[in-house]
Design a protein around this ligand. Structure first.
Ligand SMILES: Cc1cc2nc3c(=O)[nH]c(=O)nc-3n(C[C@H](O)[C@H](O)[C@H](O)COP(=O)(O)OP(=O)(O)OC[C@H]3O[C@@H](n4cnc5c(N)ncnc54)[C@H](O)[C@@H]3O)c2cc1C
Length: 468
């Protein structure tokens, strides 16, 4: 065994020199740092993944350099893990069998900005992309709360929803992703182009079935966004206001999140701004619609405690309001209490306050609800990403089963296995394309439990296992 991971027998010094002129990093501290993502949100994944490392990092700057890395890996049968900004939270970018980490951030060019689309390299930082679009009066319909660090390729491969989903749908919904260009891992890497429904062969496959090099994405007009936090005496009233906001046909909200009153206590940055002990509705609305929002909130007994545009946010040195939403809620809480963790629960359509009240009555005092409203296939749903005061693994799974027994499916964020997450079953279309584009199974294959069972079948036979 050689290398930092202790899992490979490759001569990494020789491998690094064969990669030239591609930049490489072999300093163990830096390689170990690039072997981690935000899996530490989960006490279970922290135990499981903390000693999984890669052996060498490559930082290609062009598609030709990337192709050289993939060709060399295929010829030497070296495991490959793709990495963007490393903000995934289920260990998606953690190398499970050591090997080469390909950091994509060098492929960061914005290739074309059209009237309603953008063509961009996969390693482009999302904040940089949104800024460039903003200069043309456009923005991404959906972006993650991690936009400051995340790459667009990592988001499309690892993410599913985000800021904008309440209006523009899930990433996979029609028209958000227009085209993906993907390289295979073979001695002579091939390019495949995916459009329309075929996008979902690659999207959300956690980087196990091909290397996204270039994306064409829809853009939407940008707005003069005002970040607002409204507060309420109790969670049901707050939730009722959020349902009205999510369903509104007039207010062009970019975000609609509700947080249990206990969660605010973790938010040091909001002390003195948002009063303690009140449930919070976090949203982004166009400046011209703040008064309409104010009336909606008042109609449910609430009030707006914070309304700030970008200039005021910068002047007050405050985070974006979306840094109190999605998984940033968990991150803010973890800054003051390392014993909290989270879950991911779907509240299917139609969203109701009654369902929240019903579940609140059976969940313990160790669960604080946090809902993100979303459009999924045209319907308004919500995702509860509750904060949980962690005690034992058994209790975490007990909470998930309580939600499930009340008709709210849980996707397990404490597993790094793709079939145990949101999908809960194998996506054989993903695996068929893995067979075509990664025939040697080098792209972090242990992330799929099912791959081991099907890897010797033909791509067509794997695809035939797919059940819509
Ligand atoms: C605080 C916090 C908030 C978050 N908020 C959101 C949110 O709002 N919405 C959401 O969906 N997710 C969210 N996430 C999860 C994560 O941030 C997103 O999935 C993010 O956009 C990932 O981008 P990244 O560049 O950091 O990807 P990485 O973490 O580096 O990689 C993610 C996955 O993509 C693969 N990958 C990377 N580049 C490529 C490529 N070029 N081709 C193929 N595969 C590739 C990796 O192997 C890995 O499996 C959040 C996570 C944290 C920690």
């Amino acid at each position: 065994m050689t290398g930092i991971s202790g899992k490979t027998s490759t001569d990494w010094v020789a491998f690094a020199s064969a990669l030239a002129p591609v930049e490489t990093i072999d300093e163990p501290v830096l390689v170990k740092k690039r072997s981690r993502d935000f899996f530490w949100f989960s006490p279970i994944l922290e135990r499981r993944l903390r000693s999984c490392f890669g052996d060498l990092v490559a930082r290609p700057r062009t598609v030709a350099e990337l192709s050289h890395c993939l060709s060399l890996a295929a010829r030497h049968r070296v495991p490959v893990t793709l990495r963007g900004g490393g903000t995934g939270n289920y260990g998606q970018s953690v190398p499970l069998e050591g090997g080469l980490i390909i950091e994509m951030t060098g492929l960061d060019r914005i290739l074309e900005i059209g009237p309603d689309f953008v063509r961009v390299e996969a390693g482009c930082n999302i904040l940089a992309l949104n800024r460039a679009l903003g200069e043309r009066g456009r923005e991404l319909p959906v972006f993650p709360s991690t936009q400051d660090i995340a790459t667009i390729g990592g988001f499309i491969s690892g993410g599913s929803a985000g800021i904008g989903t309440v209006s523009h749908g899930m990433l996979r919904d029609d028209g958000n992703i227009l085209e993906l260009r993907v390289l295979s891992v073979e001695p002579t890497p091939r390019e495949e182009v995916f459009r329309g429904g075929a996008i979902n062969m690659i999207h959300h496959a956690w980087g196990i079935n091909g290397v996204i090099t270039e994306l064409t994405l829809r853009t939407v007009p940008t707005e003069d966004w005002v970040g607002c936090i409204a507060t309420f005496d109790n969670y049901p009233d707050c939730h009722a206001a959020a349902i009205d906001l999510a369903l509104s046909e007039t207010i062009r909200r970019k975000l609609c999140s509700t947080l249990d009153a206990h969660i605010g206590a973790y938010f040091d940055r909001l002390k003195g701004i948002v009063p303690p002990g009140r449930a919070m509705l976090v949203t982004l609305v166009p400046r011209g619609q703040v008064d309409t929002l104010r009336a909606l909130v008042a109609g449910h007994g609430g009030r707006i405690d914070l309304a700030m545009d970008e200039a005021e946010r910068v002047a007050r040195k405050l985070p974006h309001v979306f840094e109190f939403s999605y998984n940033h809620t968990t991150l803010q809480a973890l800054k003051s209490d390392r014993k909290v963790t989270y879950l991911q629960i779907l509240f299917p359509a139609p969203v109701t306050v009654a369902k929240v009240v019903e579940l609140r009555a059976v969940l313990g005092d160790d669960v604080f609800m946090h809902h993100e409203f979303a459009r999924m296939g045209g319907k308004v749903v919500s995702f509860d990403l509750p904060l949980v005061k962690y005690t034992t693994d058994e209790r975490l799974y007990e909470i998930m089963s309580i939600y499930e027994s009340h008709g709210c499916p849980a996707s397990d964020p404490h597993s790094c296995i793709i079939e145990e997450g949101g999908m809960k079953k194998a996506d054989y279309r993903h695996l068929a394309w893995k067979k075509r584009l990664d025939p040697g199974g080098l792209l972090n294959s242990p992330k799929s439990r099912e791959w081991t069972r099907v890897r010797d079948l033909s791509a067509e036979d794997i695809e035939a296992l797919h059940q819509p």
